[in-house]
Design a protein around this ligand. Sequence first.
Ligand SMILES: Nc1ncnc2c1ncn2[C@@H]1O[C@H](COP(=O)(O)OP(=O)(O)OP(=O)(O)O)[C@@H](O)[C@H]1O
Ligand SMILES: [Mg+2]
Length: 241
Amino acid sequence: MSEAILTLAGVHTHIGEYHILQGVDMQVPRGGLSVLLGRNGAGKTTTLRTIMGLWKASQGKIHFDGRDITAMATPDIAQLGIAYVPESMAIFSDLTVKENLLLAARNGPLDSSRVEWICGFFPALKKFWNYPAGNLSGGQKQMVAIARAIVEPRKLILVDEPTKGLAPAIILSLMAAFNELKASDTTILLVEQNFNFVRKLGDTVAVMDDGRVVHTGSMQALAEDNDLQQHLLGLSLAAHQ
Ligand SMILES: Nc1ncnc2c1ncn2[C@@H]1O[C@H](COP(=O)(O)OP(=O)(O)OP(=O)(O)O)[C@@H](O)[C@H]1O
Ligand SMILES: [Mg+2]
């Protein structure tokens, strides 16, 4: 397995009086797609928010690309090359698709060849380029949200449940997009409940329960092991079946 670009070691997060993450240990290998599974309330979103510094770890260490980012401010973490696509798809409804991407580009004007590359796997963006993003369908909004995260090259993107509520055809185009991103050397950490989507995409998998990682391994091993799948699906996805 390749070297880890992101490491969480014994990470605890408190939200107010609640002790949510209770010692999360996780490694995300550089260049691959890692999947974070777990039942509702397991702590997946809290883990992504803690990586981004939106919640502060009360204990433990988070390292990214050789740096200790545990206590860093969110804008500084983003500046190191991590992008975050939250569950709620943070896009500007009143702005056009183009303006949404422009605002996400930190380094000045849009790179037209990169925009062409993104529109290659998300053609709807081209079609609605000058339309308010708020008028787009749920799946198209998700594409805008992901396009914002990758409008400039990033080392790591964190994506929270991108397939939630989407039709199968849209899920297929998201799958194509993640394969393109993998091929472009972007590391992806994907929170997902749709096991059929991630079993074909994921390189490694971590399963959370009650604020801890309770299983880590390769996605191939999980996809080929019915008993393990049964055990983990029962643990993690029963609420979704
Ligand atoms: N702002 C908050 N204040 C208090 N508790 C919170 C807050 N955000 C999350 N929690 C609690 O933290 C726990 C983990 O929540 P989190 O959103 O990380 O779960 P999740 O694994 O992403 O779940 P889901 O699959 O439903 O998105 C839950 O018990 C949740 O109620
Ligand atoms: Mg969540």
